[in-house]
Design a protein. Sequence first.
Length: 347
Amino acid sequence: MNVCGGHERSISAAGLRSALPHEVELIAGPGCPVCVCPEEDVHQAIQLALHEPITLAAFGDMLRVPVNVPKTEARSLEQARAAGADVRPVASPLDAVRLAKAQPSRSVVFFAAGFETTTAPIAAMLAEGAPQNLSVLLSGRRTWPAVAMLLESSNPGFDALIAPGHVSTVMGPEEWSFVVEQHGLPAAIAGFTSESLLAAMYSTLRQLVEERPMLDNCYPEVVKPGGNATARRQLERVTEVVDASWRGIGVIPRSGFALRGHYAAHDARRRFPSYEDPSRKRAGQMPPGCDCARVVLGRIYPNECVLYGRACTPRSPVGPCMVSDEGACRIWWAGDIRARVTTAANC
Ligand code: SF4
């Protein structure tokens, strides 16, 4: 299993899956932060944008993520913008800072969903001093607890892990040693080239064959012991680890980042608490018929969803996995996998 949208994109673009012998399956696991961003957070961002005199900034692929509301209401940030809300796509926390500085008398809310690699720059932005009119609606997630949750389940669904290179660059390779030490599974950290991914596949397969599981770093030019000390320090200073909800999956203990009280002035959850709607946590995590939850967990391949390529395409996405560049459904569609398949598990 790989747990990184960037890995899945590289694997798909290079056709690595089709080059593997049929005994070896390569499964995309929880590697798309936009896909797992809880529906209630997206809904909160939409409501904020619609009802407050603010500018709402978000990463571009978040704008089309749908929520489960009647068709008469705005179902995405893109639809909120069409209804008159000031919603702007940004590519980085620096863009959000520029936006806030360009309009100092207006409140800017940066809706930021991402893993450690996204949360660390946001922490740096706040640690170094963000504009007063900038607040963050943070939906930050830690990657390893989702893998731990799978491994602790009765059916993990994989025999070896290809660990994410970018997350390991920030947090250190040690984050993944539990896969070997607690679960006895092979693991290898990969970069984003075919060579690095193939090296990680070779390493894990060899570990399996030789029954000698270990954590192999196949991205040593970037991933160093201990990770990025500065980034980790800023994460620690600005955020605290909390239990967090993953869309379609539920709450995973200690899998989220929340801003510490010291940064309350920049915390949109504290500044605009009335838009938090706890009832949405029960409102249905994925749109009806959408199998994103099982895709994210690697339980099925994207083209096993009954809506894949029919009701759901990038032009008309039903679930978040077809929206984001890191979503497995979109990656598979972009990789020209057009056929839908039905396996016994999906009948
Ligand atoms: S094909 Fe569409 S509806 Fe099906 S799992 Fe993927 S995103 Fe969800």
